[in-house]
Design a protein around this ligand. Structure first.
Ligand SMILES: Cc1ncc(COP(=O)(O)O)c(C=O)c1O
Length: 445
């Protein structure tokens, strides 16, 4: 077992907050970033306290807090040791050698060539002209009130969210928003058995929840857990909506156990067969955190997203947002507020809905002789059910097309054996790649 005693180890205790808080944060960071790898034995609290010139109790309390959070383990006889983490699956590796990726259809992403530049410039001009002098000051970690007000109106109208500007916090993408919750929610956190690898990597431990044709099986949420991350409008990546009974049971569970549902509404506006179903948050705003993003409707490069929080989370989240670096540019926020208010956001979403619907129809028509397309008509990606996933990924690669095997999205503790291909039809390359990809299917299936 590696022991810290043999290592020259730097702990940064500068920054805001009390000494115990700073020590805990510094140790947590060292474990999370693997500067202290799993299995490393930490010095006894007495000797670390002597090294740092601080009270032994301060060290003991910091250790106890990190044990409670699951970062460290304390065992009689073997001291305090960095916990064995459930490592997230390795990141998707891009091919290093071989033909270049000409058509990248592996990420569920919008067609960024359609970014509404003219309308965005108009909104920027109006926002900049109307911005009060105070807007050029240090800024509000919660986000500009103009944007929070515009979002509250939009989310209530378009997504059935019960939103009050005081409960909205603007963040730098969904990723930034949910990352803050890894400081507030104790692991293990329940996640859908298929999903973003990113969700799994946020907590020291996550547990998979089965997903079937009715979405995640929220009736099986364990009473000894307190948090679940769901994609109710359009399960990512399998593509089903959460059944109304399951929506209700997620909320009933959260009420019963005093827990919280983290609702990832990443592409909720993009439903093509009928009106989008409203957010689960509308059922119980005190037990659901709603997370929305501009990444699908506009561009993932804007890095603007929003959380609508239960009252009890507003202050703790704002306390985590004290660093200036976590603010979104004031000008982008005011521009988006104007863009929402003048109706440009709605028009753009409506126009893109038609475009994505057309593309999905073309995909279904082209591939249906070979594979079944699962999931509802929604979003910017689809799952093709096939046992020939590996052969398809390989041959597509040889033709310069990158698609993802469904297994990339599977939780490592899930024993589900579905196989398939996740393909994005949002990407600008999709129309040109489709005939080539269809040839690959014809050869493999
Ligand atoms: C399931 C899911 N949630 C959320 C997001 C949005 O993330 P962000 O707002 O950080 O760009 C994505 C983007 O790809 C996604 O696929």
């Amino acid at each position: 077992m590696e022991s810290w005693a043999n290592l020259d180890f730097h702990l940064d205790l500068s920054g805001p907050g009390g000494l115990r808080h700073r020590l805990t944060a510094s140790l947590r960071e060292a474990v999370r970033s693997a500067r202290l790898p799993p299995g490393t034995r930490l010095p006894a609290s007495r000797s670390l306290a002597a090294d740092l010139g601080i009270a032994r109790n301060t060290v003991a309390e910091a250790y106890a807090e990190l044990v409670a959070e699951g970062w460290l383990t304390a065992r009689q006889g073997s001291g305090t040791v960095v916990a064995q983490r459930v490592e997230p699956p390795p990141p998707k590796t891009r091919r290093v050698i071989g033909p270049a990726v000409q058509f990248d259809l592996s990420e569920s992403a919008p067609d960024v060539t359609e970014f509404p530049r003219t309308e965005w410039i108009r909104s920027t001009r109006r926002a900049l002209t109307a911005a009060p002098a105070e807007a050029f000051g240090p800024g509000d970690p919660q986000g500009r009130i103009e944007l929070r007000t515009a979002l509250a109106e939009y989310l209530a109208r378009a997504r059935g969210v019960r939103a009050d500007p005081e409960r909205i916090v603007v963040c730098s993408g969904f990723a930034d928003g949910i990352r803050m919750f890894n400081r507030l929610l104790k692991p293990p956190v329940v996640v859908e058995e298929y999903g973003l690898q990113f969700h799994q990597s946020l907590w020291t431990a996550t547990e998979p929840l089965l997903v079937d044709e009715h979405g995640a099986n929220t009736e099986q949420l364990p009473d000894d857990r307190r948090a679940v991350v769901l994609t109710p409008a359009h399960q990512f990546p399998l593509g089903g909506p959460l059944h109304p009974r399951r929506r209700a049971s997620a909320v009933e569970w959260a009420r019963r156990v005093g827990g919280v549902v983290l609702e990832d509404d990443y592409d909720g506006e993009f439903r093509y067969d009928r009106q989008p179903v409203g957010a689960v948050q509308g059922l119980d705003p005190e037990h659901v955190v709603y997370l929305g993003t501009s990444s699908k409707a506009l561009s993932p490069a804007l890095r603007i997203a929003w959380m609508v929080l239960p009252d009890r989370f507003v202050d703790p989240i704002l306390a985590l947002k004290t660093d200036r670096e976590q603010y979104i540019s004031m000008l982008d926020q005011l521009t988006l507020a104007d863009f929402l208010e003048c109706g440009a956001y709605d028009s753009h979403v409506r126009r893109m809905r038609l475009e994505y619907q057309r593309r999905r129809d073309r995909l279904v028509e082209a591939v249906s002789p070979y594979v079944k397309v699962s999931g509802i008509a929604a979003g910017m990606h689809a799952v093709l059910e096939t046992p020939h996933d590996e052969a398809i990924v390989q041959m597509a690669r040889e033709r310069g097309i990158e698609v993802s095997p469904l297994s990339w999205f599977r939780h490592e503790q899930s024993d589900d054996d579905r196989t398939g291909i996740v393909i994005s039809f949002g990407q600008p390359a999709f129309p040109r790649a489709l005939p080539l990809f269809t040839e690959v299917l014809a050869a493999c299936c």
